[in-house]
Design a protein around this ligand. Sequence first.
Ligand SMILES: Cc1cc2nc3c(=O)[nH]c(=O)nc-3n(C[C@H](O)[C@H](O)[C@H](O)COP(=O)(O)OP(=O)(O)OC[C@H]3O[C@@H](n4cnc5c(N)ncnc54)[C@H](O)[C@@H]3O)c2cc1C
Length: 422
Amino acid sequence: MEMEMEMEMKEDVVIIGAGIAGLATALGLKRVGIRALVLEKSPELRTTGAALTLFPNAWLALAALGLTKKLDSLYAPYKGGYITDVSNGAVQEIHYPRIDGVISGPRTMQRRNLLAALAEELPADTIRFSTKISNSFETRIIDGATIIILHLDDGTMIKTKILIGCDGVHSKVAHWLGLSAPISSGRWAVGGLARYPQGHGFDHKFQQFLHEGRRAGITPINDTELQWFLVSNSSHNTGDEMNTYDPKLVQKNVLESLTDIPMVYDVVLGTDASSLTCSSLVFRVPWNVLFGKLSDGNITVAGDAMHPMTPEIAQGACSALEDAVVLVRHIGNSFHEHGKIIPGEVSKAIELYVKERRWRVTALITGSFLSGWVQQIRSGWLTNFFRDKIFYKFIYGRIADFVSYDCGKLPHNPSPIDEKLD
Ligand SMILES: Cc1cc2nc3c(=O)[nH]c(=O)nc-3n(C[C@H](O)[C@H](O)[C@H](O)COP(=O)(O)OP(=O)(O)OC[C@H]3O[C@@H](n4cnc5c(N)ncnc54)[C@H](O)[C@@H]3O)c2cc1C
């Protein structure tokens, strides 16, 4: 009989998914002196998804991870923006004040540039690409401590003390924890990246247009690149199901539904269809995040794996970065206190992480959903009054406070990182 040999690896921390949450967590862990292995099912870092708008809360998290020095000069914050109701031409102007001499507005950057900036800081062997875990994983008590055992599709077995699921919306780790599957919001988003080598000529401000169940907009990245998006209440603009759509057909349908918004129409017309992305907007019901099991011993989730949310207040990636900092702060404190990862102690640290995040991410999911709903309800005097006189005047500003949240710093690393990692 032929014996199959299974290769065995031992790790302190395994992170599943090399997206924003996974890479930010691995980088934070490196900063506090802990090595992590990141398993990514794709053969390379994700390049789709055009751009992301990152609010000050994300920038504070990136600062805690030591990344803003290299990003600050490339991505300037918006001073403000405009929200236009196409049905009556009313324009709401949004201003972002200076706080401590710095403009408090969001910035837009290419998703792949953020992933690359995070990945560049990690030791070369941190990410293992084209690696999938088999459907389930198990926990075993070894020498009195709980160890997590993962089986990879290539037959490798990994024993790890900590498992962090950063595996996105359809997270296997979230499923294992018993969290509910994300549900559809009924809205779809299409986005693209337009390039103007000679300069696009727009101010460094965002533009948003609302009309009859649609929300379209432009967010400049720098002088030569900008992102546009269209969110609509139905899938008729997207042609087909996600992943099987034909970008040229999607572009044609988007153009047809933007004839009354010429500013965005022209930008979409000048966009290379290959940069288009199209997604059905899903979220996890907030009460499942509030009351569900977000961790089990040394297994937890971060980013979309924990709290998939619709993108209306652009908080998915921002809050994934916050998650990384908070999780690493608690794991790092435990590590520094004991000089090593002690599974029983780390599970307490993970509980603290869950406690710190639960309410905030529940509020973000809810705020995102409501914000999308109020901005895309069909026009009528009552809905317009609520949206323009109440939502934008009183509630939008509150959301602005929410997106300036400071998730705090990483713990000081008492010993030089590279010595510990070698
Ligand atoms: C249309 C749209 C616009 C958005 N705009 C914004 C915005 O402007 N600002 C903002 O902050 N957020 C925005 N978001 C949200 C943001 O994209 C997500 O919140 C963010 O990408 C979450 O990062 P993540 O690392 O948790 O997940 P992901 O980016 O999805 O990364 C998950 C990673 O895990 C990998 N993976 C999955 N399963 C496995 C497995 N079994 N084994 C190994 N690897 C696996 C995937 O390949 C992927 O690389 C937007 C979302 C959408 C849909």
